[in-house]
Write a protein that binds this ligand. Structure first.
Ligand code: PGA
Ligand code: ZN
Length: 419
């Protein structure tokens, strides 16, 4: 058995030039596992808390190292439980959510390295797997673009593509077509935090018209070949019971926001809407899911914060129908997997997601494939912290070859977006 003989934490830097934490685990046979914690900008209130990077690194090199040395890295659930207990807080603020997620992921990498398997294969075991369907950002807004528009992500899903590779080919065309449209308008201002075009729009709806136009400009049929996914990230512009759309200089009640989103669904090829209301408003989420849930995915991000208990509670109420899975939101890999299990038990869909602050770490692609999560969201189609993940998906698709389950895009989205 290859036990853990060393754990090292170090300070590294993320895609926003902010410090973050890397954990490196060494096994008795010399094999290693390594992972880096990402960081959000539009975080939910119930998330695991990242702490000062120097303190998180010290926690890894001190208490965590002492607690885990001599353990078997294959026993992920036991190791994660030990991390949770050692921290002892509800929000992971003692050892740090950043320290804990880096160590938890590094353990999984070490176990895969010990088995001489890629992480996705180590996680999948004997199960057959497919590549997940990407949601790829074309315009970035909200907290990722200086609130230039209120909506955070305008994304594309290549619902008609026959493979992961093909969906990237199509997205490349759409991304470039969107950039060309903005250049023609004199509105090209660079890229936002996740690589999407920085939007110089006069209204939130203009982004929908531009994205639909870009899909068509690229030679695809909007709604058939490629459709729109939105992350409203409504927490970010909710204050005192109102949703304040700064770019349009108006404020909406939950009912008015609900009506606005329905009118968008009527007029644009939208198949997925994330965090349409503030994180505390389960009633608004449930009401929207009742009305729109058969036509679009209603995705909870800040609303669920990757908590299995929150998913179970929301399911009892009929709030949302799809869960965003972000390991650093909940803390450990085991808890992330529990949330995916809760989603399946509720009949909900799921999307593995990166954060707005990312690195070259590609662990989440392996989680999506290995766990059989059918969708993946890692930002846009530019900046290497994003492209590293899409490119890893290409390598996995190639390695799977004919052993892969059918690519799920057409089946997943066949019934969505229909009027
Ligand atoms: P965050 O945003 O990483 O800044 O929280 C990503 C998202 O809202 O999906
Ligand atoms: Zn989100």
């Amino acid at each position: 058995m290859a036990t853990i003989v060393d754990i090292r934490g170090r300070k590294v830097w993320d895609s926003r030039g902010r410090a973050t934490v890397e954990a490196e685990i060494t096994l008795k046979n010399g094999r290693q596992g390594r992972a880096i914690a990402p960081a959000g900008a539009s975080t939910g209130a119930g998330e695991a808390k990242s702490i000062d990077v120097a303190k998180a690194v010290a926690a890894i090199n001190g208490r965590i190292r002492t607690a885990l040395i001599g353990s078997d890295p294959r026993d992920q659930a036991t190791l994660d439980a030990r991390l949770v207990k050692l921290d002892g807080t509800a929000d992971r603020s003692r050892l740090g959510g950043n320290a804990i997620v880096a160590v938890s992921l590094a353990c999984a990498h070490a176990a895969a390295a010990a088995a001489r398997k890629p992480l996705w294969q180590h996680l999948a075991g004997e199960r057959k797997v497919a590549l997940p369907v990407p949601q790829i950002q074309i315009f970035g807004g909200g907290a990722h673009a200086g609130a230039r528009v209120d909506i955070q992500d305008y994304m594309v899903i290549c619902t008609g593509a026959g493979s992961f590779a093909e969906s990237l080919e199509w997205t490349a065309e759409i991304y470039r077509a969107a950039g060309a449209r903005m250049a023609r308008k004199g509105a090209l201002q660079g890229v936002a935090d996740e690589g999407g075009w920085w939007p110089a729009f006069k209204s939130n709806e203009e982004g929908l018209a531009e994205l639909t136009g870009a899909i068509a400009d690229a030679g695809f049929k909007p709604g058939t070949d490629a459709a729109i996914a939105l992350d409203i990230a409504a927490n970010q512009f909710y204050r005192d019971g109102r949703y304040r759309l700064a770019v349009e200089n108006r404020s909406l009640s939950a009912e008015q926001l609900h009506a606005m989103l329905l009118s968008w669904i009527e007029r644009y090829p939208i198949v997925s809407i994330e965090d349409p209301f503030a994180e505390h408003d389960a009633e608004a989420m449930a009401s929207f899911t009742r009305t729109a849930g058969s036509r679009v995915q209603v995705v909870g991000d800040d609303f669920f914060v990757t908590s299995a208990a929150r998913v179970a509670a929301a399911a009892a109420q009929g709030a949302c129908n799809t869960v965003l899975l972000k390991p650093n939101q909940v803390g450990t890999l085991t808890e992330t997997l529990a949330c995916w299990e809760a989603a399946k038990a509720a009949g909900y869909g799921a999307i593995v997601s990166a954060r707005s602050g990312e690195t070259e770490d590609v662990s989440i692609v392996h989680l999506a494939v290995g766990w059989g999560v059918p969708q993946l969201k890692v930002g846009s189609f530019a900046r290497s912290e994003r492209m590293a993940k899409w490119n890893e998906g290409l390598r996995i698709e190639e390695a799977l070859g004919a052993a892969a389950l059918p690519y799920p895009a057409r089946k997943l989205f066949r019934r969505l977006g229909q009027k």
